[in-house]
Design a protein around this ligand. Sequence first.
Ligand code: NDP
Length: 339
Amino acid sequence: MHAIVAREAGGPDVLEYRELPDPTPGPGQLLVRAAVAGVNFIDTYKRSGVYAMEYPHVVGSEGAGEVVAVGEGVEDFAVGDRVVWTEAPGSYADLVVVAAREALPVPDAVTFEDATAVALQGLTAHYLCTSSYPVRPGDRVLVHAGAGGVGLLLTQMIVARGGHVISTVSTPEKAELSRGAGAEHVIEYTALGDLSHDLPEIVHGLTGGEGVAAVYDSVGKDTFDASLASLRRRATLVLFGGSSGQVPPVDPQRLNAAGSVFLTRPKLADHTATRSELVERATEVLGAVAGGTLRVRVGATFPLAEAAEAHRALEGRATTGKVLLVPDAAASGTPEQEA
Ligand code: NDP
């Protein structure tokens, strides 16, 4: 099989398209022929060394495809089943070993591409607005990077819960997409002179001087101060990523000064720690896609061999919605490729 290997910690250039032996599933595992792999920011942290990893390693953790073999003791899945997953190390590959505990059935009405687009990012958006700060009808909240993979899904879910979204984006094209997802006010934050001063001023202007009930901040280093200053009294700052860099240590007194606010730094694994919670959240998210109430945007698709290009685009702020990789074998099986 072919796979993308990070040979050492570094930039996208460390990613190599290599031929590797086909893996075999162990007890409790499935072997899946991948139709697509999902590209996520965490893949870039693991490639670059922000997160401690062993090298070389096959990159990726998310994808979807058809089960081609099952290991000993697997009862809930069989050869031919369509599955999606968020947590299978080595997912940038033609063949992926997936723990049965991590596999989720893909409804017939949902394509592999759409299922992957709402796997890691959709489950994240779901826990953010239902658990980290559960949005209530009438709440006004701020979502950074509103046209991103998580941003577009999170905005739709907040609106579905009766919330009102103010979003930030870097370009007019992204502003249009964010509005399309339901954001009522979209701020081009890269056009502001002093983000930490100007953004809270605009947010307070839009909320009658009150501030927002929550900020969902995945940008991190560049936006943290502005996020804190945009909150209303006793509001929640949900810091869930660092697309611009990680936030340095914070003095708790700043939460006092900001109005007795709450700061949380959550991750998906703590919100899908049991099989039942994973399945519950996934059933809601995939069900919403199947039912047409959650719209999916795949912003870019690259051949698996061009994973480095996909990483450059994601890190370079050039993407919107989901970024996917398609293995050669899967691509040559599509009608478009055969035509
Ligand atoms: P996005 O599609 O949101 O891409 C990142 C976006 O961040 C960019 O498009 C850009 O939007 C914005 N951005 C702002 N500053 C920068 C910068 N300096 N460099 C690059 N991008 C920047 O990615 P994802 O939806 O995949 O993930 C969003 C974030 O959420 C990531 O930080 C990721 O780590 C985090 N995450 C956290 C999870 C958790 O459970 N904690 C789970 C999933 C994701 P714009 O151009 O509009 O500014």
